[in-house]
Design a protein around this ligand. Structure first.
Ligand code: NAP
Length: 328
């Protein structure tokens, strides 16, 4: 395994594995025994960064989520896992009514929700401190200052280590970070967005957002990261849900760009040269890229995890990286 540092303040920064395990479906779609086997193997291989949320996976059983955090709490206790494993969680996207989509109404990012939901997450995970807590989804109703101060209070009390943000317009991330910096408060240091090797169209409106999918990493995000090298990018959908290699996982129109076949051909070529799989080339491209990215992998079996782990030591040559970067 290889590691990198997240966070900039020596008092709160942490070392994490360059590959992160997504636990979204653990305890719901992925049963307890399989989830434990995946978690055990990840840690055995040196993995120290796990991702969950307080609303995972509400859509599986018509509830409000929490099964993933609860499973991680049971697993931590049964294995005696401590501070060596960083578990990131999120709040803000929990549906208000069981059985509804968060589009119909969600908890949001008020100071009250931040305090109460973080407390519930600590209980489910069985920890005194949440290692990394993300604002999951934008809340345009609550003033940014209230959200910033709400998170900062939890950091000051020791209930949270690091702060992160996901699925927010970059101007709102910058506004929140600027407010925090001006007030001498901790701000978001880890940014979680959808990013993979195949680009996602940015021009398609969604049910949630007329300006396009707010969760997709685009030029605004990468430009922001170039100018703020202390920030860390974590990517979801890194393996496009298996679509690189599986006919049973076709991609939707949001990936229908002229570059897609060109980039798929470049991937196959580099995979052949290296003897690695296409999925491994994608993960290695993300991990070692110009904008280094910690890919989340949401595996549902130990075999899938093994393939992902194999990407960590795949060193792409400068020529191979150039080939991949310039395939448009
Ligand atoms: N911040 C956010 O809004 C957000 C959104 C989504 C996800 N996430 C996080 O990201 C994590 C990753 O999940 P994701 O939804 O982004 O999906 P992903 O990692 O791109 O794909 C997960 C799915 O891909 C398939 N897969 C994984 N490894 C494979 C392999 N080696 N070979 C073939 N197929 C493979 C599996 O499908 P099968 O199970 O069908 O085999 C698996 O369920 C989640 O657990 C969650 O923590 C965050």
């Amino acid at each position: 395994m290889q590691y990198r540092t997240i966070g900039t303040d020596p008092r709160s920064q942490r070392e994490v594995s360059v590959l992160s395990l997504g636990a979204m479906l653990f305890g719901s779609k992925t049963d307890e025994a399989t989830s434990y086997a995946i978690l055990d193997r990840f840690v055995e291989a040196g993995g120290t960064f796990i991702d969950t949320s307080n609303n995972y996976a509400f859509w599986m059983d018509g509830g409000q989520g929490g099964q993933s955090e609860e499973l991680l709490g049971r697993w931590r206790r049964s294995r005696g896992v401590g501070a060596e494993v960083v578990i990131a969680t999120k709040l803000g996207g929990r549906p208000l009514t069981p059985g509804t989509s968060f589009l119909a109404g969600r908890e949001g990012l008020s100071a009250k929700v931040i305090r109460e939901s973080a407390e519930r997450s600590r209980e489910r995970l069985g920890v005194d401190q949440l290692d990394l807590l993300y604002a999951h989804i934008e809340d345009r109703e609550v003033p940014v200052r209230e959200t910033v101060e709400g998170f900062a209070e939890l950091v000051a009390e020791g209930a949270v280590g690091l702060l992160g943000v996901s699925n927010h317009r970059i101007w709102r991330v910058e506004r929140a970070r600027a407010l925090a910096a001006a007030a001498g408060l901790p701000g978001y240091e880890v940014l979680q967005y959808h990013r993979s090797y195949l680009p996602h169209r940015l021009d398609l409106p969604t049910e949630r957002d007329p300006d396009g999918n707010v969760g997709v990493a685009g030029g605004d995000l990468t430009s922001y990261l170039r100018s703020e090298p202390g920030l860390t990018l974590v990517s979801y959908g890194s393996l496009l849900w298996g679509a690189y290699t599986r006919a049973d996982k076709p991609l939707g129109p949001e990936y229908d760009l002229p570059s897609a076949p060109v980039r798929r051909a470049a991937l196959r070529e580099v995979a052949e040269q290296t003897g690695a799989t296409v999925n491994q080339v994608v993960l290695a491209w993300l991990i070692g890229g110009e904008i280094p990215t910690i890919p989340l992998v949401g595996v549902s079996s130990v075999a899938q995890l093994e393939e992902c782990l194999g990407a960590v030591d795949l060193a792409l040559t400068a020529e191979q990286r150039h080939r991949l970067d310039t395939a448009w």
